[in-house]
Design a protein around this ligand. Structure first.
Ligand code: AN7
Length: 350
């Protein structure tokens, strides 16, 4: 199989003879069935798509490779984005690989450390604002109008094109679309992209059904659920700490056309799903990536019937990006002298 999103899906992407077909190995991520969690939900089959297995540890790489290749093709030498951390990590990596400059603007002090480390090591120019993601995106949108630099946030349509390939992969792997797709919603690009992918495959006859799109925001950052922008969004899931999503209307269209919903989950629900996904699935996602499972469990508790259904949850980012959140909530562990008998005693084996 060809490696990378551009080569594998070139027929369904805006690839021309001049597009540089480069890759860091993005896409083709695992779809893992989790039987222990299936029984909690009462569905037929429950899968997790591990987008944290992408080269920079999140789904952003699928769209970034397309956006950066098209920027190159169009003669751009520099890219820019606002980010809650994953977009900037991905932009920095692909800029480095393609030989471009990356400028990233992030909300200061609100980015998980792993993501910050990525932007630093890939050599991006980093600006930390005393403001939130929405402020950063507004500034970036103004700057790209005034300066010769390409915007690579998901308002760049090539990002959505690349990200839709994840929907193709799900159908290619399962042989059919699932009944439900559970996905976190921040700036709302990814739910837009998945829906586009599912619709395209359905239209070309590769699938018979289209999934219901089930988006979840964090309660303290849930503008779509509340119906108005949130001035000061707050959530432990820093990736989706966004108060005024750029693809708001497109996310609502995906919801309505698919017969799905966009709902919210509390930080407590996110953190307990984060833990459950790890302890019952062996899957370590970042907090935002636990919002889909949190939402699925919430709907199950409310009595929604998933029997006979196939469900896919998107684990959008790797847990190793945000170890702070785990270590902060951890129980203290045993601290012992280096002696067999002490370890045996502490474990209750003696
Ligand atoms: C792990 O990096 O917005 O609804 O600037 O990193 O497409 O925004 C990240 C978003 C879900 C939400 N899960 O996706 C950014 C950024 C993870 C994320 C989302 C993000 P969108």
């Amino acid at each position: 199989m060809k490696s990378g999103v551009l080569a594998r899906y070139r027929d369904r992407l805006p690839v021309t003879s001049k597009t540089p077909i480069l890759t860091l190995g993005e896409g083709d991520t695992p779809l893992v069935r989790c039987r222990q969690l299936e029984s909690e939900v009462g569905c037929k089959e429950l899968y997790f798509k591990l987008e944290g297995c992408n080269p920079t540890g999140s789904f952003k790489d699928r769209g970034m490779v397309v956006a950066v290749a098209k920027a190159m093709e169009e003669g751009s030498r520099a890219i820019m984005c606002a980010s809650t951390g994953n977009t900037s990590a991905s932009a920095a990596a692909y800029a480095a690989h393609f030989g471009l400059t990356a400028v990233i603007i992030v909300p200061g002090g609100k980015i998980a450390q792993g993501k910050m480390a990525q932007a630093i090591i890939y050599g991006a120019k980093i600006v930390a604002l005393s403001g939130n993601f929405d402020d950063a995106l507004n500034i970036v949108r103004t700057l790209v109008e005034k300066h010769p630099i390409t915007l690579v946030n998901s308002v760049n349509p090539y990002r959505i094109e690349g990200q839709k390939t994840a929907a193709f992969e799900i159908i290619d792997m399962l042989g059919e679309a699932p009944d439900y797709l559970f996905i976190p919603v921040g700036n709302a690009g990814n739910i837009t992209a998945y829906w586009k992918g599912f619709v395209e495959y359905n239209q070309t006859g590769k699938s018979k059904i289209r999934p219901k799109m089930m988006g979840f925001q964090a309660e303290g950052a849930s503008p779509i659920v509340q119906g108005h922008p949130i001035k000061d969004p707050k959530t432990v899931a820093t990736a989706i700490r966004i108060g005024n999503p750029a693809s708001w209307k497109k996310a609502e269209a995906a919801r309505d056309e698919s017969g799905g919903s966009i709902d919210s989950v509390t930080d407590d629900e996110i953190l307990s799903a984060h833990k459950l996904m790890a302890t019952k699935g062996g899957i370590f996602g970042e907090p935002a990536s636990a919002a889909p499972l949190a939402g699925l469990l919430k709907l199950t508790r409310k009595g929604m019937d998933f029997s006979g259904k196939h469900i896919v949850c998107i684990v959008t980012g790797n847990g190793l990006k945000d170890t702070e959140v785990v270590l902060k909530n951890a129980e203290p562990f045993l601290n012992l002298p280096a002696e067999v008998s002490a370890v045996e005693k502490a474990l209750g084996w003696k």
